[in-house]
Write a protein that binds this ligand. Structure first.
Ligand code: NAD
Length: 286
């Protein structure tokens, strides 16, 4: 049972990437945002990513046009009602996601439709319960930037059916040509359980004045062969998202290493969120 028509909730960094990747495989995609301004921003994000793909020779202009025609952007959640699959990629906030799952559980019309979350850390079992159709809910966690990163974590909850898991495994591996790994429903899954404490440690190191941001990053790039240092990577992921993931992981495990340091809190309060606001540990005006 292939996915022909899907919805993506939230057209930010991740939702716009998920929409692009899925539309490039021929799927008809509707992206739902909170209001018309956010919907317009999502459309522009997708346009500029496709322009970059064309400039790099990954797609030609007629393919770019076809992909754009397959993506509909809306500020009305009801427009995803006919979907075979909905991927929720709204902000990492438990209340927002619970409300969305409750609404989507009522909106989706097909009995076979699957509802998944791209959350990095919020328990999938709670989202399933909110939707009232828990057997057809699971986590499908993409990586940033979605058009480039091959990995997808698949997270069945205690209430996800085997059929839902197998349909999502086939969707990710065969329709999207990505590499799935399976993780249990624990905040952070596999990758963020290892990555987030590392990023938070780098922020604590910078906050304590061990070294400049540039030297911390150069240390990990040149000393460990990482493609990007931890502070540049934090800017790229979004400091609000890292804070939210850290809080969920702290809530789950009560380990101090997951707790966001004060500097991260202050930067988020100041709206210094990284590349998406053009200022984080570094400036991104140019
Ligand atoms: P983002 O801030 O770039 O985008 C979130 C979008 O959700 C915004 O455009 C916002 O307007 C929209 N939104 C908020 N409430 C909504 C609602 N009720 N209905 C529709 N849209 C709504 O965040 P992001 O980085 O794209 O993260 C989205 C999700 O993906 C989070 O759960 C995050 O944990 C996860 N994730 C993020 C990354 C990353 O590197 N940033 C990687 C993997 C997974």
């Amino acid at each position: 049972m292939s996915i022909d028509k899907m919805g993506v909730i939230g057209g930010g960094l991740m939702g716009s990437g998920i929409a692009e990747v899925c539309a490039r495989t021929g799927i008809d995609v509707t992206v739902a945002e909170v209001n018309s301004q956010a919907a317009q921003a999502a459309r522009e994000r997708i346009d500029s990513s496709l322009n970059r793909a064309e400039a790099r020779g990954k797609i030609d202009s007629s393919e770019r046009q076809k992909v754009l025609e397959r993506i509909h952007v809306t500020d009305n959640l009801n427009d995803v009602a006919e979907s075979d699959l909905v991927v929720e990629a709204a902000s990492e906030d438990e209340r927002t996601k619970l409300e969305l799952f409750e609404q989507l559980g009522k909106i989706l019309v097909k009995d076979t439709a699957i509802l998944v979350s791209n959350t990095s850390s919020i328990p999938i079992v709670k989202l399933g319960a909110a939707s009232q159709r828990a057997d057809r809910v699971m986590g499908v966690h993409f990586f940033n930037p979605v058009p480039v990163m091959k990995l997808v974590e698949l997270i069945p909850s205690l209430t996800t059916s085997d059929e839902t898991m197998e349909r999502m495994r086939a969707f990710v591996a065969e329709q999207l040509d990505k590499e799935p790994i399976e993780a249990t429903d624990r905040a952070g899954f596999v990758v963020n359980s290892l990555l987030v404490p590392y990023l938070l440690s780098a922020i604590r190191m910078y906050e304590a004045g061990y070294a400049s941001a540039a030297d911390i990053d150069r240390g990990m790039v040149l000393g460990c062969g990482h493609p990007m240092g931890p502070l540049a990577l934090s800017d790229f992921i979004g400091l609000d998202t890292i804070r939210a993931i850290g809080l969920s992981m702290y809530e789950e495990f009560k380990e101090p290493m997951y707790s966001p340091p004060p500097l991260l809190e202050r930067m988020v309060e100041a709206g210094l969120l990284g590349t998406k606001t053009k200022q984080g540990f570094y400036g991104y005006d140019k």
